[in-house]
Design a protein around this ligand. Structure first.
Ligand SMILES: Cc1ncc(COP(=O)(O)O)c(C=O)c1O
Length: 456
């Protein structure tokens, strides 16, 4: 248990859907599913599900309808926006735009950058923060993987110092989706602002685990996804400064984004676009998605982040202590194993192909993790030693002894994870490493699966 968890009371896991779901093992028996892939998509909080179910009969159109349920749904949508603004501790004048998810949020921000903007991102970013900036009239500089937070700040400082005048944007992830390591966001924001640059925080992996205060971190925008924040109803958020958002063409053209559309004498149409969030929310809004996010924000705030963080640190401590006793396991890290992280950890196992290992965890123990390059190819390749990985192929189930795995295994958890899931995971890793898989595996459609035609 970490020192932090010793001083703050560790809360109970929050109730999530799926906690009693049983899944079949390859041998025929059933076990309760251990969902350890929260970093991809977290289970819905029971509270979120209950809130959505209670609202569902009252569901109606938003911003377009005179009926009672339309009015109610419009109010709920706008209240959800206010709840998210409070959750993120936004400044006066900031706005909350509801999107589909983090990827959508960052593509929206990329679409509103003033022409000539220079964007700076570390090559360690998730592809969602790495790729949206590749516009013809925007320049992107990718900064090499830093090996410490101080190196990250120094590299950004140097890059910005050499950048000519003009609009600049820095994009940084709050917590890595590969290593779980927490990035020095406040320091990077201060560096960006010292050079007249703006900064967007990709909080997809941070917001589900830690409070995110836009005011305190002093970032210009923040993006996150509902489905990673226990609210899997297809919505996400981009929140922050209004000026670039209000000055740009709408992200999507259509109803809701337009205040008025008039036919011109020459046969064309003149459009007056909305200001504020509606400008970038064309089409019928996803009121259930927005309400689910607001419900999750309230549930996490009411549960108390202190206790949630303490619980997660306690689980991380348990996980790390267990894995440390298995010498064949190599944990991937950029800033060093002791660096603070959220409940996300990637590793490779000596003499094992990661896809084979993950398939065995699922088929023989009912444990769901992820294997691959985690949509962060440059980072994972750096951490693995730089080889080119084949495109998501399982390949030979067992790598040759001593051969380095070309992809990694990621275990991730959060507010709904019971101790038993982490303990079962550590015990399963130990057993697989010492005794091997009990079943034979083969590749099918790019996935490693138990070969049920062959008995173990
Ligand atoms: C750090 C990070 N940023 C962005 C994303 C993209 O999120 P989404 O797939 O919800 O758009 C992810 C998803 O894994 C992520 O981990």
């Amino acid at each position: 248990m970490s020192a932090y968890a010793d001083t703050v009371s560790v809360c109970e896991p929050l109730a999530v859907l799926g906690r009693d779901v049983e899944v079949p093992l390859v041998g025929g028996e059933k076990v309760s599913y251990a969902a350890l892939d929260y970093a991809a998509s977290a289970p819905a909080l029971q509270r979120v599900w209950d809130d959505v179910a209670a609202y569902a009969p009252y569901y109606g159109s938003v911003h377009r309808g005179a009926g009672y349920l339309s009015q109610l749904s419009t109010d709920l949508f706008e209240q959800s926006r206010a709840t998210v603004a409070e959750f993120l501790d936004l400044r006066d004048g900031d706005q909350v735009v509801f999107t589909r998810a983090t990827t959508d949020s960052l593509n929206l921000l990329a679409s509103v950058l003033p022409a000539g903007t220079r964007v700076f991102a570390f090559e360690t970013e998730h592809h969602a923060s790495l790729l949206p900036w590749r516009r013809e009239d925007v320049g992107v500089s990718y900064l090499r993987a830093p090996r410490s937070p101080q190196e990250a700040v120094a590299a950004l400082d140097q890059a910005l110092a050499q950048c000519p005048e003009g609009p600049k944007l820095v994009c940084v992830t709050g917590a890595s989706n590969v290593t779980g390591e927490i990035w020095p966001v406040r320091e990077l924001a201060a560096t960006a602002h010292r050079h007249g640059a703006r900064i967007v925080l990709d909080a997809a992996q941070l917001a589900p685990h830690h409070p995110v205060s836009v005011r305190d971190l002093d970032v210009d925008w923040v993006a996150f996804s509902g489905h990673k924040l226990y609210a899997p109803f297809g919505a996400g958020v981009l929140a922050g400064r209004s000026d670039w958002l209000d000055a740009a063409e709408p992200y999507l053209a259509g109803g809701g984004a337009s205040r008025s559309v008039a036919r011109e004498a020459d046969g064309s149409v003149a459009v007056e676009w909305q200001q504020g969030p509606a400008r970038h929310e064309a089409g019928s809004p996803n009121v259930i998605g927005a309400y689910a996010i607001a419900s999750a924000c309230k549930a996490l705030t009411e549960a108390g982040f202190e206790g949630l963080v303490a619980r997660e640190q306690y689980l991380i401590g348990r996980l790390r202590a267990g894995l440390a006793e298995i010498p064949q396991v190599k944990v991937l890290t950029l800033f060093g194993e002791e660096h603070p992280r959220v409940g996300v950890l990637s590793f490779v196992v000596q003499d094992w192909n990661s896809s084979h290992f993950s398939a065995a965890l699922s088929a023989e123990y009912g444990i769901g993790v992820r294997d691959g390059l985690f949509c962060a190819h440059p980072l994972v390749r750096t951490l693995l030693g730089g080889e080119e990985a084949p495109p998501s192929e399982c390949g030979a189930p067992e790598a040759l002894p001593g051969e380095r795995s070309l992809n990694a295994i990621r275990v991730s958890f959060g507010a709904g994870t019971p101790d038993e899931h982490v303990d079962r995971f550590v015990a399963a890793v130990r057993e697989l490493v010492t005794e091997g898989a009990r079943w034979a595996y083969r590749t099918e459609g790019g996935r490693c699966v138990p070969d049920t035609r062959r008995q173990p």
